[in-house]
Design a protein around this ligand. Structure first.
Ligand code: NAG
Ligand code: NAG
Ligand code: NAG
Ligand code: ZN
Length: 307
């Protein structure tokens, strides 16, 4: 009886520990009771200990080329709308109520955009979630889409391919990226956790690299990178990067966590690949340019013969 009572007590102790809100290591302090990454897997309904977790380190020489990974079709990405942008206490999140869509690139159906958010380091130090051959970029953009047939994220999370997330890396540039001016000015108004404001007029296309540069990407099956880490994401991580200046990057580090400390290092560390494979799109760049060179030589021979 005593032992039973004790185990009940232990269970309730563990429960109370692991039901505390999740947080990043950068948010933990001596006084906080939040659940850091080490214990995300102990939270209720957690899949954070699964075998198909995200993010991962992409080892390019181990990726397998798949010619069926054609360019992703971006539908209504050019439509201009006003956006609600919010300091979620974990990131900056922009909700997308207007339903731009993506298809193609081996996605089985249309997926509708629902929100985008970012992960960063501190004042431009490394902060992306995915890494490529061990390189971590200063920031990463995630545009979250759900299968068109679903009306909520919760519904999509029960489907192993319910979500399609497009991931983009940022790379430090000397000049400011003018496309990010609307976001920069909004950040000043959402310093505190929970604050939100409106971006009057912006397109989704303006926050990503030009569409013609998006043919090269990586594809793998993974998870959400925050609890409950549901394994229901078809990941598409693009090679082409978004330029951003150090001063623009630093503006993200001025935001605050719930406790008032700087909202920095809001990324999850890379997870084991286990038995998964990472695929890469399109034609091999080296082979493509070699073929182009051969074609050019052929044309000039033909021309010189005919002339
Ligand atoms: C957390 O879960 C792991 C297994 O996933 C277990 O080994 C560990 O004891 C748990 N820790 C706590 C504090 O519940
Ligand atoms: C935005 O903030 C206002 C308070 O300033 C609040 O009433 C509203 O619910 C918030 N909206 C969103 C979408 O968070
Ligand atoms: C939004 O911007 C686009 C071009 O970027 C412009 O054509 C359109 O008139 C603007 N709409 C509003 C409501 O300001
Ligand atoms: Zn994310």
């Amino acid at each position: 009886m005593k032992a039973h009572f004790f185990s009940l007590l232990l269970a309730s102790f563990l429960k109370s520990r692991t039901d505390a809100a999740w947080c990043y290591n950068s948010e933990m302090s001596c006084t906080s009771t939040c659940t850091g990454p080490e214990f995300w897997s102990n939270m209720s309904n957690s899949e954070c200990n699964g075998l198909s977790q995200s993010p991962i380190n992409i080892v390019t020489r181990k990726t397998e080329q798949d010619p069926d990974l054609t360019p992703i079709q971006l539908i209504k990405y050019q439509e201009s709308h006003s956006w609600n942008i919010r300091n979620s206490g974990k990131s900056v999140q922009v909700n997308i109520p207007h339903g731009p869509l993506i298809s193609g690139g081996k996605l089985k159906t249309f997926y509708r955009a629902v929100q985008f958010h970012l992960h960063w380091g501190k004042n431009g130090s490394p902060g992306s979630e995915h890494t490529v051959d061990g390189e971590q970029y200063p920031m990463e953009l995630h545009i979250v889409h759900i299968k068109q047939q679903y009306t909520s994220l919760a519904e999509a999370l029960r489907d192993p391919t319910g979500l399609a997330v497009l991931g983009f890396f940022y790379e430090m540039s000397v000049n400011n990226n003018r496309n990010y001016d609307p976001i920069s000015s909004a950040l000043n108004k959402i310093i505190e956790t929970g604050a939100n404001t409106t971006i009057p007029n912006m397109t989704l296309a303006s926050v990503i690299p030009p569409q013609e540069t998006l043919t090269n990407y990586f594809r793998y099956q993974g998870s959400l990178t925050t609890p409950n880490c549901a394994e229901s994401v078809v990941w598409t991580v693009f090679e082409s990067t978004i330029p951003i200046s150090i001063s623009q990057l630093s503006e993200f580090s001025k935001l605050k966590f719930q406790d008032g400390n700087p909202l920095t290092y809001n990324y999850r560390s890379v997870q084991p690949l286990n038995s998964r494979k990472v695929y890469r799109s399109g034609s091999d760049a080296v082979l493509a340019s070699a073929a182009l060179l051969a074609a050019t030589v052929l044309v000039s021979i033909t021309l010189s013969q005919s002339g």
